[in-house]
Design a binder for this molecule. Structure first.
Ligand code: ADP
Ligand code: MG
Length: 279
């Protein structure tokens, strides 16, 4: 096991998110490589720390090949550190940045991994709440795993808060903008994760955030309008019938009529030849 943070040598920065920095690190004694996420507490209130500790507990307890593994958590005065498995190929956001679009067969494999991850989380009564390309990580075998358990939402980051918020709300489902649903079952519910998956899947084939046009100004009003009221879905011409059907089932505005994880896991789109190696 990893007994002390000082056993880890920082090699490179893998990514920066809302509240923290993720480093590639080497365990000096074993030379094993890990990813270390460091969350800094700028506002050190008991409340925020308790919330962060609870999230850390979830992350440690979650045990699935479809969820990024967390081996240790170190809690100190002004930061919280997670030692995770290193996902060599980075995030789906990085992959899309390089490749622009992905072939349907690859998207199908990604979607199936995310559905398995969501199935596991939902069975554990955990709503991820922040499914988006930068929170889906890929290792050298091509396995896709869900990361980032919303710990970022309870810490205050250095990055532009507006930018961070826009980034997150772009993948949020219509019901999360509905004040009536805020304290009901549907707000932050399981169906919201399915919506976000639909946006991600469509983005992989369209090559950009799919709910607003490339030229459109991605401000708050445009975004909320598109998510909550825009009826027609812009499907790429080359999309197969399976792809169209899958995305349409994820992106139903009424959460109670949306496809569920259990339904979608049997959908033909995600039951093509599967290239990953999760075992
Ligand atoms: P935040 O809560 O700040 O968004 P994330 O956990 O999403 O933090 O990590 C931010 C970025 O760091 C990811 O988008 C990814 O590029 C990189 N990253 C995070 N965890 C890992 C990991 N285990 N292996 C490789 N890269 C990672
Ligand atoms: Mg993230």
């Amino acid at each position: 096991g990893i007994e002390d943070l000082s056993d880890l040598e920082k090699l490179a920065v893998l990514g920066r998110g809302n509240g923290g920095t993720v480093y590639k690190v080497r365990h000096t004694r074993t030379t094993s490589i890990f990813a270390l996420k460091v969350l800094r507490f700028y506002h050190n209130t008991t409340n925020i720390r308790q919330h962060a500790a609870r999230e850390a507990e979830i992350f440690k307890r979650v045990d699935s090949p479809y969820i990024v593994r967390c081996y240790a958590v170190f809690d100190s005065e002004d930061d919280l550190c997670f030692v995770m498995e290193h996902m060599e190929r980075g995030s789906l956001h990085d992959v899309l940045f390089v490749n622009k679009i992905l072939p349907e067969d690859v998207i199908s494999g990604v979607a199936l991994c995310v559905l398995h991850g969501l199935k596991y989380l939902h069975r554990m009564q955990i709503v991820h709440g922040d499914i988006k390309p930068s929170n889906l990580l890929i290792n050298s075998k091509g396995d896709v795993k869900i990361a980032d358990f919303g710990v970022s939402r309870v810490v205050v980051g250095k990055r532009d808060a507006y930018e961070a918020f826009m980034g997150t709300c772009a993948y949020m489902s219509p019901e999360r903008f509905d004040p009536e649903g805020w304290d009901g079952y549907n707000a932050d519910g399981f169906a919201g994760d399915v919506w976000s998956l639909g946006v991600v899947v469509l983005e992989c084939l369209v090559g950009h955030y799919p709910l607003i046009g490339v030229g459109e100004k991605p401000d708050w009003a445009t975004l909320v309008c598109a998510i909550c009221f825009q009826e027609r879905l812009e499907m790429p011409e080359n999309a197969s019938p399976d792809f169209r059907s899958f995305v349409s089932k994820c992106l139903v505005k009424d959460w109670s009529k949306r496809g569920t994880v259990d339904e979608l896991i049997d959908h033909p789109f995600v039951n093509r030849t599967y290239l990953g190696s999760h075992q």
